[in-house]
Write a protein of this length. Structure first.
Length: 354
Protein backbone atom coordinates (compact mmCIF):
# COMPACT_ATOMS: atom_id res chain seq x y z
CA UNK A 1 0.00 0.00 0.00
CA UNK A 2 2.83 2.37 0.93
CA UNK A 3 4.56 1.30 -2.26
CA UNK A 4 1.54 2.10 -4.29
CA UNK A 5 1.23 5.52 -2.67
CA UNK A 6 4.87 6.17 -3.26
CA UNK A 7 4.49 5.23 -6.92
CA UNK A 8 1.47 7.40 -7.26
CA UNK A 9 3.30 10.36 -5.76
CA UNK A 10 6.20 9.78 -8.14
CA UNK A 11 3.91 9.66 -11.10
CA UNK A 12 2.17 12.79 -9.98
CA UNK A 13 5.47 14.55 -9.48
CA UNK A 14 6.70 13.52 -12.92
CA UNK A 15 3.49 14.68 -14.49
CA UNK A 16 3.74 18.09 -12.85
CA UNK A 17 7.38 18.43 -13.93
CA UNK A 18 6.50 17.46 -17.46
CA UNK A 19 3.76 20.05 -17.53
CA UNK A 20 6.09 22.74 -16.23
CA UNK A 21 8.73 21.79 -18.77
CA UNK A 22 6.20 22.03 -21.54
CA UNK A 23 5.23 25.48 -20.35
CA UNK A 24 8.86 26.52 -20.20
CA UNK A 25 9.62 25.37 -23.74
CA UNK A 26 6.45 26.73 -25.41
CA UNK A 27 7.35 29.79 -27.49
CA UNK A 28 5.99 33.05 -26.07
CA UNK A 29 3.28 34.84 -28.12
CA UNK A 30 4.41 38.30 -29.20
CA UNK A 31 2.42 41.16 -27.70
CA UNK A 32 -0.41 42.40 -29.84
CA UNK A 33 0.41 45.52 -31.84
CA UNK A 34 -1.43 48.62 -30.61
CA UNK A 35 -4.49 49.55 -32.63
CA UNK A 36 -3.68 52.70 -34.57
CA UNK A 37 -5.78 55.71 -33.63
CA UNK A 38 -8.27 56.90 -36.21
CA UNK A 39 -6.79 59.77 -38.27
CA UNK A 40 -9.17 62.56 -39.23
CA UNK A 41 -8.15 63.96 -42.61
CA UNK A 42 -7.36 67.71 -42.57
CA UNK A 43 -9.34 69.48 -45.26
CA UNK A 44 -7.28 71.40 -47.78
CA UNK A 45 -7.61 75.13 -47.43
CA UNK A 46 -7.93 76.64 -50.89
CA UNK A 47 -5.33 79.26 -51.67
CA UNK A 48 -7.07 82.58 -52.18
CA UNK A 49 -6.54 84.01 -55.64
CA UNK A 50 -4.02 86.80 -55.77
CA UNK A 51 -5.64 89.98 -57.01
CA UNK A 52 -3.74 91.61 -59.84
CA UNK A 53 -1.90 94.77 -58.93
CA UNK A 54 -3.95 97.84 -59.66
CA UNK A 55 -2.69 101.28 -60.56
CA UNK A 56 -4.44 104.16 -58.83
CA UNK A 57 -6.06 106.32 -61.47
CA UNK A 58 -4.96 109.88 -61.92
CA UNK A 59 -7.41 112.51 -60.72
CA UNK A 60 -8.19 113.30 -64.34
CA UNK A 61 -9.31 109.69 -64.90
CA UNK A 62 -12.23 110.19 -62.54
CA UNK A 63 -12.95 113.92 -62.56
CA UNK A 64 -16.53 113.67 -61.35
CA UNK A 65 -15.68 111.60 -58.29
CA UNK A 66 -12.85 114.01 -57.49
CA UNK A 67 -15.12 117.03 -57.75
CA UNK A 68 -17.83 115.49 -55.57
CA UNK A 69 -15.27 114.34 -52.98
CA UNK A 70 -14.14 117.93 -52.46
CA UNK A 71 -17.65 119.42 -52.21
CA UNK A 72 -18.47 121.21 -48.93
CA UNK A 73 -22.01 122.51 -49.42
CA UNK A 74 -25.42 120.84 -49.03
CA UNK A 75 -25.81 120.71 -52.79
CA UNK A 76 -28.73 118.26 -52.80
CA UNK A 77 -30.51 119.82 -49.82
CA UNK A 78 -34.31 119.96 -49.82
CA UNK A 79 -34.39 123.51 -51.08
CA UNK A 80 -37.05 124.54 -53.62
CA UNK A 81 -34.59 126.86 -55.35
CA UNK A 82 -31.95 124.13 -55.73
CA UNK A 83 -34.52 121.57 -56.89
CA UNK A 84 -35.99 123.92 -59.47
CA UNK A 85 -32.62 124.80 -60.99
CA UNK A 86 -31.40 121.19 -61.02
CA UNK A 87 -34.56 120.20 -62.86
CA UNK A 88 -33.99 123.04 -65.33
CA UNK A 89 -30.43 121.92 -66.17
CA UNK A 90 -31.46 118.26 -66.41
CA UNK A 91 -34.64 118.89 -68.41
CA UNK A 92 -32.72 117.78 -71.52
CA UNK A 93 -30.20 115.15 -70.33
CA UNK A 94 -28.65 114.68 -73.78
CA UNK A 95 -27.99 118.39 -74.21
CA UNK A 96 -26.56 118.66 -70.69
CA UNK A 97 -24.30 115.65 -71.28
CA UNK A 98 -23.05 117.21 -74.52
CA UNK A 99 -22.24 120.44 -72.71
CA UNK A 100 -20.24 118.52 -70.11
CA UNK A 101 -18.48 116.51 -72.82
CA UNK A 102 -17.32 119.52 -74.84
CA UNK A 103 -16.19 121.30 -71.65
CA UNK A 104 -14.50 118.26 -70.11
CA UNK A 105 -10.84 119.19 -70.80
CA UNK A 106 -11.28 122.59 -69.15
CA UNK A 107 -13.39 121.13 -66.32
CA UNK A 108 -10.58 118.70 -65.51
CA UNK A 109 -7.95 121.44 -65.69
CA UNK A 110 -9.93 123.86 -63.49
CA UNK A 111 -10.78 121.17 -60.94
CA UNK A 112 -7.13 120.19 -60.57
CA UNK A 113 -6.11 123.83 -60.04
CA UNK A 114 -8.90 124.39 -57.49
CA UNK A 115 -8.11 121.16 -55.67
CA UNK A 116 -4.44 122.02 -55.36
CA UNK A 117 -5.40 125.46 -53.99
CA UNK A 118 -7.87 124.05 -51.45
CA UNK A 119 -10.99 125.48 -53.12
CA UNK A 120 -14.12 123.25 -52.90
CA UNK A 121 -15.34 121.20 -55.83
CA UNK A 122 -18.54 123.19 -56.29
CA UNK A 123 -16.52 126.02 -57.80
CA UNK A 124 -15.51 123.72 -60.67
CA UNK A 125 -19.03 124.42 -61.92
CA UNK A 126 -18.72 128.21 -61.58
CA UNK A 127 -17.33 128.70 -65.14
CA UNK A 128 -20.16 126.50 -66.41
CA UNK A 129 -22.61 128.85 -64.74
CA UNK A 130 -20.80 132.01 -65.84
CA UNK A 131 -19.97 131.21 -69.48
CA UNK A 132 -20.74 127.56 -70.28
CA UNK A 133 -16.96 127.09 -69.98
CA UNK A 134 -16.28 129.27 -73.02
CA UNK A 135 -12.85 130.92 -72.53
CA UNK A 136 -13.47 133.26 -75.48
CA UNK A 137 -16.78 134.57 -74.11
CA UNK A 138 -16.94 138.33 -74.61
CA UNK A 139 -19.45 140.94 -73.58
CA UNK A 140 -19.78 144.63 -74.23
CA UNK A 141 -16.72 146.88 -74.06
CA UNK A 142 -15.15 146.83 -70.59
CA UNK A 143 -17.78 144.27 -69.59
CA UNK A 144 -17.18 140.74 -68.25
CA UNK A 145 -15.20 138.37 -70.46
CA UNK A 146 -13.72 134.88 -70.37
CA UNK A 147 -14.96 131.73 -68.74
CA UNK A 148 -14.78 133.33 -65.27
CA UNK A 149 -16.45 136.54 -66.54
CA UNK A 150 -14.02 139.11 -65.12
CA UNK A 151 -14.22 142.81 -65.88
CA UNK A 152 -10.80 144.35 -66.68
CA UNK A 153 -10.31 146.01 -63.29
CA UNK A 154 -11.12 142.82 -61.34
CA UNK A 155 -8.83 140.77 -63.58
CA UNK A 156 -5.92 143.16 -63.06
CA UNK A 157 -6.58 143.34 -59.31
CA UNK A 158 -6.07 139.58 -59.08
CA UNK A 159 -3.04 139.34 -61.33
CA UNK A 160 -4.37 138.83 -64.88
CA UNK A 161 -2.97 141.33 -67.37
CA UNK A 162 -5.23 143.02 -69.91
CA UNK A 163 -3.59 145.00 -72.75
CA UNK A 164 -3.60 145.44 -76.53
CA UNK A 165 -1.69 142.24 -77.22
CA UNK A 166 -3.02 139.98 -74.51
CA UNK A 167 -6.24 139.61 -72.48
CA UNK A 168 -5.73 137.47 -69.39
CA UNK A 169 -9.48 137.16 -68.91
CA UNK A 170 -9.58 135.01 -72.07
CA UNK A 171 -6.59 132.92 -71.00
CA UNK A 172 -7.79 129.79 -69.12
CA UNK A 173 -4.50 129.55 -67.22
CA UNK A 174 -4.23 133.18 -66.10
CA UNK A 175 -7.96 133.65 -65.47
CA UNK A 176 -8.19 130.48 -63.37
CA UNK A 177 -5.21 131.63 -61.34
CA UNK A 178 -6.91 135.02 -60.82
CA UNK A 179 -10.21 133.35 -59.89
CA UNK A 180 -8.50 131.20 -57.26
CA UNK A 181 -6.84 134.27 -55.78
CA UNK A 182 -10.19 136.08 -55.64
CA UNK A 183 -12.07 133.11 -54.14
CA UNK A 184 -9.47 132.57 -51.43
CA UNK A 185 -9.45 136.29 -50.59
CA UNK A 186 -13.23 136.21 -50.20
CA UNK A 187 -13.07 133.09 -48.05
CA UNK A 188 -10.54 134.75 -45.74
CA UNK A 189 -13.11 137.53 -45.36
CA UNK A 190 -16.35 135.52 -44.93
CA UNK A 191 -15.22 132.04 -43.75
CA UNK A 192 -18.21 130.49 -45.57
CA UNK A 193 -17.95 129.23 -49.14
CA UNK A 194 -21.64 129.95 -49.80
CA UNK A 195 -21.06 133.59 -48.96
CA UNK A 196 -17.98 133.49 -51.19
CA UNK A 197 -20.17 132.43 -54.13
CA UNK A 198 -22.62 135.22 -53.34
CA UNK A 199 -19.83 137.79 -53.09
CA UNK A 200 -18.37 136.59 -56.39
CA UNK A 201 -21.66 137.55 -58.00
CA UNK A 202 -22.76 140.61 -56.03
CA UNK A 203 -19.48 141.90 -54.64
CA UNK A 204 -18.18 141.66 -51.07
CA UNK A 205 -19.77 144.93 -49.92
CA UNK A 206 -23.27 143.72 -50.79
CA UNK A 207 -22.77 140.54 -48.76
CA UNK A 208 -21.24 142.43 -45.84
CA UNK A 209 -24.25 144.74 -45.78
CA UNK A 210 -26.65 141.78 -45.87
CA UNK A 211 -24.86 140.14 -42.95
CA UNK A 212 -25.06 143.33 -40.90
CA UNK A 213 -28.78 143.51 -41.56
CA UNK A 214 -29.43 139.83 -40.83
CA UNK A 215 -26.47 138.26 -38.97
CA UNK A 216 -28.38 135.04 -38.22
CA UNK A 217 -29.40 134.42 -41.83
CA UNK A 218 -26.85 131.73 -42.74
CA UNK A 219 -28.57 128.71 -41.17
CA UNK A 220 -30.31 127.41 -44.29
CA UNK A 221 -28.59 125.71 -47.27
CA UNK A 222 -29.22 128.91 -49.25
CA UNK A 223 -28.47 131.69 -46.75
CA UNK A 224 -31.57 133.72 -45.99
CA UNK A 225 -29.94 137.09 -46.51
CA UNK A 226 -31.37 140.29 -47.99
CA UNK A 227 -29.55 139.99 -51.31
CA UNK A 228 -30.93 140.21 -54.83
CA UNK A 229 -32.83 137.33 -56.39
CA UNK A 230 -30.05 137.12 -58.99
CA UNK A 231 -27.43 136.52 -56.30
CA UNK A 232 -29.52 133.87 -54.51
CA UNK A 233 -30.21 132.13 -57.81
CA UNK A 234 -26.53 132.28 -58.74
CA UNK A 235 -25.60 130.25 -55.63
CA UNK A 236 -28.55 127.89 -56.06
CA UNK A 237 -27.58 127.14 -59.67
CA UNK A 238 -23.97 126.36 -58.76
CA UNK A 239 -25.23 124.00 -56.05
CA UNK A 240 -27.78 122.49 -58.45
CA UNK A 241 -25.05 121.70 -60.99
CA UNK A 242 -23.01 120.07 -58.23
CA UNK A 243 -26.06 118.07 -57.13
CA UNK A 244 -26.43 116.63 -60.63
CA UNK A 245 -22.78 115.54 -60.55
CA UNK A 246 -23.36 113.97 -57.13
CA UNK A 247 -26.56 112.10 -58.06
CA UNK A 248 -26.60 111.75 -61.88
CA UNK A 249 -28.95 108.73 -61.82
CA UNK A 250 -31.57 110.78 -60.01
CA UNK A 251 -31.61 113.23 -62.93
CA UNK A 252 -31.20 110.54 -65.66
CA UNK A 253 -27.86 112.04 -66.67
CA UNK A 254 -24.86 109.96 -67.78
CA UNK A 255 -21.63 111.75 -66.96
CA UNK A 256 -19.13 111.57 -69.86
CA UNK A 257 -15.99 109.51 -69.39
CA UNK A 258 -12.70 111.27 -70.13
CA UNK A 259 -10.33 110.17 -72.85
CA UNK A 260 -6.60 110.66 -73.19
CA UNK A 261 -7.25 113.78 -75.29
CA UNK A 262 -9.03 115.49 -72.38
CA UNK A 263 -5.91 116.00 -70.27
CA UNK A 264 -4.47 119.51 -70.63
CA UNK A 265 -1.06 120.82 -69.66
CA UNK A 266 0.36 124.35 -69.48
CA UNK A 267 3.78 125.02 -70.99
CA UNK A 268 5.88 128.20 -71.19
CA UNK A 269 7.19 129.21 -74.62
CA UNK A 270 9.75 131.85 -75.60
CA UNK A 271 8.51 135.38 -76.27
CA UNK A 272 7.94 136.07 -79.95
CA UNK A 273 7.18 132.44 -80.83
CA UNK A 274 4.65 132.31 -83.65
CA UNK A 275 1.50 130.30 -83.09
CA UNK A 276 1.86 128.46 -86.37
CA UNK A 277 5.32 127.31 -85.27
CA UNK A 278 3.98 126.21 -81.87
CA UNK A 279 1.22 124.25 -83.60
CA UNK A 280 3.78 122.59 -85.87
CA UNK A 281 6.05 121.58 -83.01
CA UNK A 282 3.07 120.39 -80.94
CA UNK A 283 1.64 118.52 -83.93
CA UNK A 284 -1.88 119.94 -83.52
CA UNK A 285 -3.99 122.22 -85.75
CA UNK A 286 -3.40 125.91 -85.15
CA UNK A 287 -7.16 126.40 -84.81
CA UNK A 288 -7.22 124.04 -81.82
CA UNK A 289 -4.23 125.81 -80.26
CA UNK A 290 -5.97 129.16 -80.71
CA UNK A 291 -9.24 127.86 -79.26
CA UNK A 292 -7.47 126.83 -76.06
CA UNK A 293 -5.54 130.11 -75.82
CA UNK A 294 -7.82 132.95 -77.00
CA UNK A 295 -6.14 135.46 -74.69
CA UNK A 296 -3.23 135.82 -77.13
CA UNK A 297 -4.44 138.26 -79.75
CA UNK A 298 -1.62 138.53 -82.33
CA UNK A 299 0.21 136.04 -84.52
CA UNK A 300 2.93 135.44 -81.93
CA UNK A 301 3.34 135.25 -78.16
CA UNK A 302 4.01 138.80 -76.89
CA UNK A 303 6.75 139.53 -74.38
CA UNK A 304 4.32 141.39 -72.08
CA UNK A 305 2.29 138.23 -71.42
CA UNK A 306 2.74 135.14 -69.22
CA UNK A 307 3.84 133.17 -72.36
CA UNK A 308 2.05 130.13 -70.91
CA UNK A 309 0.01 128.11 -73.40
CA UNK A 310 -2.53 125.39 -72.67
CA UNK A 311 -2.34 122.28 -74.83
CA UNK A 312 -3.46 118.64 -74.79
CA UNK A 313 -0.96 116.71 -72.69
CA UNK A 314 0.41 114.68 -75.62
CA UNK A 315 0.86 117.84 -77.69
CA UNK A 316 2.57 119.55 -74.75
CA UNK A 317 5.07 116.69 -74.58
CA UNK A 318 5.84 117.06 -78.29
CA UNK A 319 6.21 120.82 -77.91
CA UNK A 320 8.48 120.51 -74.87
CA UNK A 321 10.73 118.05 -76.71
CA UNK A 322 10.90 120.30 -79.77
CA UNK A 323 11.66 123.37 -77.66
CA UNK A 324 14.41 121.48 -75.83
CA UNK A 325 16.07 120.50 -79.12
CA UNK A 326 15.62 124.02 -80.49
CA UNK A 327 17.13 125.49 -77.33
CA UNK A 328 20.17 123.19 -77.38
CA UNK A 329 20.77 123.95 -81.06
CA UNK A 330 20.51 127.68 -80.35
CA UNK A 331 23.03 127.36 -77.52
CA UNK A 332 25.39 125.41 -79.78
CA UNK A 333 25.07 128.04 -82.51
CA UNK A 334 25.80 130.84 -80.04
CA UNK A 335 28.83 128.94 -78.73
CA UNK A 336 30.15 128.38 -82.24
CA UNK A 337 29.66 132.05 -83.07
CA UNK A 338 31.52 133.08 -79.94
CA UNK A 339 34.37 130.67 -80.71
CA UNK A 340 34.62 132.00 -84.25
CA UNK A 341 34.59 135.57 -82.98
CA UNK A 342 37.26 134.74 -80.43
CA UNK A 343 39.40 133.07 -83.11
CA UNK A 344 39.31 136.21 -85.26
CA UNK A 345 40.46 138.50 -82.46
CA UNK A 346 43.18 136.34 -80.86
CA UNK A 347 46.14 135.42 -83.10
CA UNK A 348 47.07 131.76 -83.37
CA UNK A 349 50.50 130.72 -82.03
CA UNK A 350 51.94 130.16 -85.50
CA UNK A 351 50.69 133.48 -86.85
CA UNK A 352 52.51 136.68 -86.06
CA UNK A 353 50.48 139.45 -84.58
CA UNK A 354 49.90 142.32 -87.04
Amino acid sequence: MRLCLTGMRLCLTLAVCAALAACATQPSRPPAAPTPAAITPIPEVPTPPVAPATVSPKPSDQPWAGIVASDVMQDCADSPLIRANAAMYASSPARFEQLLKQSLPLIIYVHEQLRDAGVPGEFSMLPMLESSYNPAQRGRRNGPAGMWQFIPSTARLHGAAVNRHYDGRLDPVASTRAAIKMLKTLYAQFDDWRLVAMAYNAGPYAVMGALRERPDGTGKPIPDLPVSHTTRTHLARMMALSCILREPERFRVELPRPSTDDELEAIVVPAGTRFRDVAGMAEIPETKLRALNPGYIGASVPSDSPRTLLLPATAAESLAAALAVDSSESVAQVSEARDASAGDSIPLPDEPAP
